[in-house]
Design a protein around this ligand. Structure first.
Ligand code: SF4
Length: 295
């Protein structure tokens, strides 16, 4: 069904198909079934107009994304996951930000290019991907040449991802868990392990292994994995999956910066940071498996 915020005639079949998936919304694996075009919201808490919390060059991302000009991040408010330890909970769960039209979103992408950023990095894009692709089409027509980064929590449906083929240059999904009990308890998504594996397979099918030019990413898959205490993230299983079912040269960022945030104090198993040895053992395992472990 057509949304009042979206002029169908101006956009491609792809953007129109993505917009259709929001009404009723089955854009992500939650499949809430609400009519976002009629102002209703589902689990992610966002209607058919994206809410953006910040736009600007970011120098804290992986060096392959930062290069000399920074990664051009656009942080979207709302999220389709419910991580109890979320480190951006003011953006993801309190949904702080302001609504942007498709034209304003396109302009934001062009500004990031003007600033000298190396890419346009959509942070938490899954639930607003219809508006993003429409804005990308406008921005490309107006001269945007930067590669795009789909920086996702990894809870993405294959059907939606197929519609992104050609619009995304670099997929950067989290792989948060290998165990469905843990995923259900800590992120409200017991099907996360299976869903994220299918999603990563589709992402890799589209873009392949990460490729760089002068050290800066231009295309491919870069997986992020946050180590949790007591191997709650199932780190070794995630690495086995990547090396055996995706590619022996998958690029992975093994992240050791977990700290208890948001509601984590209420969960005894995640009240502490992982020990250095817990993080290092995951890194060593990934290296031993031959993965491209980012520094
Ligand atoms: S995008 Fe939001 S409303 Fe749509 S299915 Fe996912 S969580 Fe539900």
């Amino acid at each position: 069904m057509m949304s009042s915020a979206f002029d169908f005639e101006r956009f491609s079949k792809r953007a129109r198909a993505l917009w259709d998936l929001m009404d009723p919304c089955v854009l992500c694996p939650r499949r809430c079934g609400v009519s976002r075009g009629k102002g209703r919201t589902g689990f992610c808490g966002i209607g058919d107009i994206p809410v953006v919390s910040s736009v600007g060059p970011h120098f804290g991302e992986e060096s392959e994304l930062v290069g000399s000009g920074g990664s051009g991040t656009i942080f979207f408010a709302g999220c389709n996951l419910g991580c109890v330890f979320c480190q951006n909970y003011d953006i993801s769960h309190e949904r702080r930000g302001r609504e942007l039209t498709i034209e304003q979103l396109a302009l934001s992408m062009l500004r990031l290019q003007d600033y000298g950023c190396m890419n346009v990095n959509w942070v938490t894009p899954t639930h607003v991907v219809a508006a993003i692709t429409a804005a990308l089409e406008l921005a490309r027509k107006q001269g945007l040449t930067l590669p795009t980064v789909y920086n996702t929590g990894g809870y993405d449906s294959v059907e939606t991802l197929k519609l992104l083929e050609g619009a995304v240059d670099i997929y950067m999904p989290d792989m948060k868990y290998a165990d469905s009990d843990v995923a259900g308890r800590l992120s409200g998504a017991a099907d996360y392990p299976q869903v994220s594996r299918e999603a990563v397979k589709e992402m890799h099918r589209q873009v392949g292994d990460l490729r760089t030019d002068s050290g800066v990413a231009v295309r491919g898959l870069l997986v992020r994995h946050l180590v949790l205490p007591e191997n709650l993230a199932g780190s070794f299983d995630v690495i086995d999956f990547l090396s055996e079912q995706i590619s022996g040269r998958t690029s992975i960022n093994v992240m050791g910066q977990y700290r208890p945030c948001y509601k984590a104090a209420s969960y005894s198993e995640i009240r502490r940071r992982p020990y250095a040895e817990e993080i290092e053992s995951v890194r060593r395992y990934a290296i031993a498996k031959g993965l491209n472990v980012l520094r």
